[in-house]
Design a protein around this ligand. Structure first.
Ligand code: ZN
Length: 409
């Protein structure tokens, strides 16, 4: 009888990513007792071919996924985000396993074409937030007094891939980051999470929820970089650490020292707009930042904040807090590293074009990895590599065509 060696943690990952309970999986498989749990907890188990094929069918993952050892290990406790109270253990586990499989996918890309080296520093608790932000700017090669035109791009150049989660994910149909209270002002902090992935846990990863607000997308990336730099020790993120990451984001995007001279004598929502647009920071975040940096009085901050969240923007019918002046001045930033590397390694520009490579990922999960990525500006006509040009190397399919990439200007 033919048997197949299956990695328990892969079975668990597939089940969690499909948002299925062990009970539901067992019911589908007609298994009894604790068979599913035993399978998931064992490092490797032998399944006879018939059972194995049923497992791949029920979980809708390619066979190769279950027979490939996992490299990234991410637990819910490794996630750098302050989970809203309503977040269930199952959702946290989902976010952790999503990060883990993205990590393995990135490993595959890295072996095809080295990812940008990680230049992001890690600082200890004695470092001030402004010094930490200054250090990150230095590593990014950005002057201390220059606006950052495209923060997501700088993050990716610094070795931090960014994955965007759409409101409805392809692989699960549901989005697991919590609903956002748009007028709460502090809601930005729930829009993303970050962690470290890879065999040695040294590749930072940021996952952000897609948002129509350019101010929010950009600031969320800054906030997550803050966690990665300030809170690398991991563990449950505290409310104080949330505030630190938020202060970091504002300081990275608009260093207090650099903007001090540009703050109007009597700041108002309208005369702060040029500052907002120059530095690319929401007025909501900017006034908090100005107050925290003692560039405006607490009293003025309270007043501006009140105005922001009560006055209506006549163009949108929402409060200025939701759609601020300048809300439509830019397009939301989008990541590009993953799509760029998929193109480099596989000659593919869509998830569908990866199908001939017979990777270990289901199509809908590949679509999640590539969701919301922006296409390369200098993309030529893409050429798919036929599967005959892929080789199987120790269970992992890698493209051998990468050396034949056309040169691009
Ligand atoms: Zn946070």
């Amino acid at each position: 009888m033919t048997t197949v060696e299956v990695y328990g943690s892969r079975v668990r990952q597939a089940r969690v990513l499909r948002r299925m309970t062990s009970k539901a999986v067992m019911a589908e498989l007609g298994w009894k007792g604790a068979r599913q749990t035993r399978l998931e907890q064992a490092e490797v188990s032998s399944l006879d071919m018939e059972d194995f094929l049923r497992v791949t069918e029920v979980l809708r993952f390619p066979a190769l996924f279950f027979t490939t050892p996992p490299a990234s290990r991410v637990d819910a406790g490794d996630l750098l985000f302050r989970a809203p109270r309503a977040t269930t253990a199952g959702e946290k586990e989902y976010l952790a396993q999503f990060a883990a499989v993205v990590g393995d996918f990135l490993d595959g890309l890295d072996s095809g074409w080295p990812l940008p080296p990680v230049k992001l520093p890690v600082v200890d608790a004695s470092t001030s937030i402004s010094s930490a932000a200054e250090l990150v700017r230095e590593r990014m090669g950005i002057d201390p007094d220059a606006p950052i035109s495209y923060l997501t791009y700088e993050a990716e150049r610094c070795g931090i891939p960014v994955v965007q989660r759409l409101r409805r994910s392809r692989s699960t149909g549901a989005l697991s980051l919590d609903p956002v209270d748009d007028d709460a002002g502090l809601s930005e902090k729930h829009l993303g999470y970050s962690t470290r992935v890879g065999e040695y846990g040294d590749r930072p990863l940021v996952v952000v929820r897609a948002s129509a607000s350019w101010e929010r997308m950009r600031w969320t990336v800054g906030h997550e970089i803050g966690h990665l730099v300030l809170h690398a020790g991991g563990g449950e993120v505290t409310e104080d650490q949330e505030l630190e990451a938020s202060r970091f984001a504002s300081e990275l995007i608009a260093p207090a020292k650099a903007i001090a001279a540009e703050v109007p004598k009597v700041p108002s929502l309208l005369n702060l707009v040029p500052l907002k647009l120059k530095w690319g920071i929401s007025i909501g975040a900017l006034i908090r930042h100005l107050a925290a940096s003692e560039l405006i009085e607490q009293q003025r901050y309270e007043m501006l904040r009140r105005q922001l969240y009560t006055r209506l923007n006549p163009d949108t019918g929402h409060t200025w807090g939701k759609t601020e002046p300048g809300w439509d001045a830019r397009e939301p930033e989008r990541p590009r590293l993953i799509s760029r590397w998929v193109e480099r390694c596989y000659g593919a520009t869509t998830a569908a074009m990866l199908a001939p490579h017979q990777l270990m990922w289901p199509q809908d999960l590949l679509e999640d990895f590539l969701a919301g990525q922006r296409p390369s500006p200098n993309r030529g006509t893409p050429t798919a590599i036929p599967s005959s040009q892929s080789v199987s190397d120790g269970g992992t399919v890698i493209a051998i065509d990468r050396f034949r990439q056309r040169r691009r200007a």
